[in-house]
Structures are given as C-alpha cells and as structure tokens.
Design a protein. Structure first.
Length: 125
C-alpha cells in the first residue's frame, strides 16, 4: 500500500462530481431521516459509506472489477471496525471523559479493521 498524490489528478472531474453528489445526497437523506424518525435513525444513515457505491462503479470502469472488489473488501473491514467504534462509545461515553472514550473507540476501530484485514489476507494465501 502506498500514497501517490499524483493519482488524484488522474480521474476526470466528472468522476469527482459523481462521488461528491452521491455523498451529499446520502448526507441529505440522513438529515431528512433524522427529522422524521429521530437522530438515532438518522445516525444509521450517516454510517452508510456514502461514496462507496459511486466510487466502486468508477473504479470498476477505470481499473477493473478485481480492484473494485478489493476496495469493497477494504470498506467492509472499515465498516465492521465502525461497529466496534460505536460499541465502545456506547459503553464508555457516560462513564469516561469524552476524549478517552473517543480515543479508545478510534483505537478499537483501527485494531479491529486491521485485524480483519490481516486475517483475511492470511486465509487467502
């Protein structure tokens, strides 16, 4: 894995616009759901990886289905890690200082996501 900032210029501006519009649309939907059904229901929509569907479609078109499948796998690990984040916050936010609760939750997210990635990578070999 490596970061190449020059790659950010490669996708056409239209692709960036599609990603932005899809993310904004999902965020707006979360706001509507929050107003109609309450903040807990709206929060579930904010956890939706808003940009994933648009990104995967574009990645499949530009880089192939195999790369798109890998991106979905990474997003899945991250989403499962977010469940761990939410559980840690739910269990600690009223008993611990906020900074400690959020720091622990973030570390839990990272550890869970990376552990899933490492496990799946080993199982595939």
């Amino acid at each position: 894995m490596r970061l190449r900032l020059s790659e950010l210029r490669r996708p056409p501006k239209r692709d960036w616009a599609v990603r932005f519009a899809f993310g904004a649309g999902v965020s707006a939907l979360a706001g509507v759901v929050s107003v109609l059904a309450g903040p807990r229901a709206g929060g579930l929509f904010l956890a939706f990886p808003a940009i994933l569907l648009a990104s995967v479609t574009l990645v499949a078109k530009e880089e192939g289905v195999r790369q798109a499948v890998q991106d979905v796998g990474g997003a899945t690990f991250g989403a499962i890690g977010l469940i761990g984040f939410a559980v840690v916050v739910a269990l600690t936010v009223t008993a611990w200082p906020l900074w400690l609760s959020l720091t622990t939750a973030t570390l839990s997210w990272a550890a869970l996501s990376l552990a899933l990635y490492a496990t799946v990578t080993r199982l595939r070999r």
